[in-house]
Design a protein around this ligand. Structure first.
Ligand SMILES: NC(=O)c1ccc[n+]([C@@H]2O[C@H](COP(=O)([O-])OP(=O)(O)OC[C@H]3O[C@@H](n4cnc5c(N)ncnc54)[C@H](OP(=O)(O)O)[C@@H]3O)[C@@H](O)[C@H]2O)c1
Length: 261
């Protein structure tokens, strides 16, 4: 089985590091022409230089801030005026940590803008071209927290679930058009962000970062954190023609971490 994305155009959120970058690299090495989005232009340029271009692709980047919803919507509307994409990877940064007792209604509104409105707006723009082509792959990065809510992450637990309900509804509407919509439920992946969160947690608990990481790793039946490359492989498959009968799903990638069936 060969995954070929030759001739496909992809737009990848949060593509300058972590999971987004691993996805961008894998899509590019499978032949797609990739545009990555993030805030820091220097980091975007650095990531761009790492994307394989063995098929003569012209990769690109777009500077955006998901947290500034009005500006983000304008930038994307403009960008799509003379462009189409076949593959859309909806990946934003996560909302702030905290439990129900400390969050306000305003916090939920901000998280809704960040996790839902950005995804909805970008998808609506991408759908136009996908409908014309009768091909599209919409892949949303989500979390295992939608199946088993995580402690101290009420904003993520809550708003990511709304994205899943929306994606399921959309998948049924777009299936006749050759457009699939799937969510990936992310477990623990070894990214810079996870390191930053773990460092803060280990300091809070007064233990070393290594000891904290070991404790976390032991929760995972596979006995290790995920490698972002493994995430990229799943996305490349879902982005390809080979996944044409898979839509409306929530696929965990977590080394067996989720206990629920
Ligand atoms: N890693 C895990 O184990 C894990 C587990 C469950 C869920 N997740 C979720 O998966 C997603 C990706 O995680 P990750 O670990 O890959 O994160 P990461 O390593 O922190 O990468 C985040 C990417 O998003 C960009 N970004 C951050 N804030 C942004 C903003 N306001 N506007 C535009 N771009 C922004 C960053 O670049 P700039 O800073 O330059 O903007 C970077 O390219 C997050 O939603 C996270 O909550 C991750």
């Amino acid at each position: 089985m060969e995954i070929s994305l030759k001739g496909r155009k992809a737009l990848v959120g949060g593509g300058s590091r972590g999971l987004g970058k691993a996805i961008a690299i894998q899509l590019a090495s499978s032949g797609a022409e990739v545009t990555i989005m993030a805030r820091n232009e220097e980091k975007l340029k650095a990531a761009l230089s790492e994307l394989p271009a063995n098929f003569g692709q012209q990769h690109n980047y777009l500077v955006v801030d998901f947290a500034l919803i009005g500006q983000f919507e304008n930038t994307l509307t403009q960008w799509f005026q003379n462009r189409q994409v076949d593959i859309l990877i909806n990946n934003t940064n996560g909302p702030s940590a905290g439990g129900v007792l400390v969050k306000t209604a305003e916090d939920y509104q901000q998280s809704f803008d960040l996790l839902f409105k950005t995804v909805c707006h970008t998808t609506m723009l991408a759908l136009k071209g996908m409908q014309e082509k009768k091909f599209g792959r919409i892949i949303n990065l989500s979390s295992i927290s939608v199946k088993e809510p995580l402690q101290n992450l009420v904003l993520s637990n809550t708003v990511r679930s709304a994205v899943l309900a929306w994606a399921k509804t959309l998948a049924r509407e777009t299936a006749p058009m050759g457009i699939t919509v799937n969510n990936i439920l992310t477990g623990y992946f070894d990214t810079e962000r996870l390191d930053e969160i773990n460092r803060a947690q280990s300091e809070k608990l007064g233990i070393s970062l290594d000891a904290y990481k070991h404790k976390m790793t032991m929760e995972v039946p596979a006995g290790r954190l995920g490698d972002p490359k493994e995430f990229g492989w799943l996305v490349a498959f879902l982005a390809s023609d080979l996944s044409s009968y898979i839509t409306g799903t929530n696929i965990p990638i977590d080394g067996g971490l989720l206990r629920s069936i």
